[in-house]
Design a protein around this ligand. Sequence first.
Ligand SMILES: C[S@@+](CC[C@H](N)C(=O)[O-])C[C@H]1O[C@@H](n2cnc3c(N)ncnc32)[C@H](O)[C@@H]1O
Length: 354
Amino acid sequence: MSDRLTDWWRLAFTSTPRELFIPDRALWVHDKNVKTPIDRDADPDTWMRAVYSTDFIITQTDDGAGGGEGDYTSSSSMPAIMLGMLNHLDAREGQQVLEIGTGTGYNAALLAHRLGAGNVVSIEIDPELAQQARINLAKAGRDVRVITGDGAAGYPFGAPYDRIIATCSVGTVPWAWVAQTRPGGVIVTPWGPPLANDHLLRLEVGCDSAVGTIVDSVAFMRLRAQRWNVTDEPDDFPDIAAQSRTDLDPHQVLGNHSTLAVALRLGECRAIFETDHTTGKEILWLLAGDSWASICSGHVRQAGARNLWDEAVSAYRWWTELSCPDRQQFHLTVTHERQWVWLNDPANAVATLT
Ligand SMILES: C[S@@+](CC[C@H](N)C(=O)[O-])C[C@H]1O[C@@H](n2cnc3c(N)ncnc32)[C@H](O)[C@@H]1O
């Protein structure tokens, strides 16, 4: 991560108290995934420690419907990740910036400190979060225009922008973002197919297209319209699944650099590693629509229309035949008509996304 703390960003962070943006009750995620509920009234010391930690803090679950233990739908990101993304964005004083995913408003407040009053528009799909962010930003004295709406459409009324930054991830980059960015401008967004949703993409925008390079690893929640559906494992999975053996280690197939290639081939497929409570062994689950595969100690089970493990192995072999390219060698081109991932040369498309 590009976590260089320039004087500009140091001043922005020190002049923007995070405590103005974190709700009184939230979920602190620390020490490699320990989750601690924090309550400002009940335990102000722990709340303050969480707020000024380097960790991320979950601020909403289940789109605000749940009691706290569901899917994470909004958060205040790790400050170091935010700094890295802001460095890649490289926004300068006076430029116009659109942020997708206002959340607490903290990142928008940092941007507003750097760019000056009236230069940041931020769009949030959840009306309650948007309203709370407006209150937080007002308390911090930051002049940001917060729009309630679907950031997938950008915000044409403030266009053209010099920069767009998304703080939720996408599998395909909405064309509206490219169309609303000035030629020569930059878009920074978390990106990836479901199985490799952990890349930070920096796109340089031209007259009628944008070209993206993977610049880092980040993990973000998905843009709402691009969330994936997960179907539950069928009860009779062990009975209906075809069984086979494999010599390949799942961690090799889904390795640091191979995962993106495998993910591009598998499309709408997710991977979950979990530990079997009875045997203590690790299982890889692959799931896509009504197709399921489990791989445990070389034992493969596959059910449904797709043989997901076989597909993953053949995608992995394809990646090795390409001489095992690093993920940074993959690029994305976005035009109005289509988006494709290429290797080494835009003409060498390896996956078409739209
Ligand atoms: C990781 S949080 C954003 C963190 C935020 N930038 C901050 O500093 O607190 C992601 C946010 O994206 C929002 N979001 C998801 N899909 C969206 C969409 N289509 N349009 C606008 N916001 C969206 C979520 O509601 C959530 O608040």
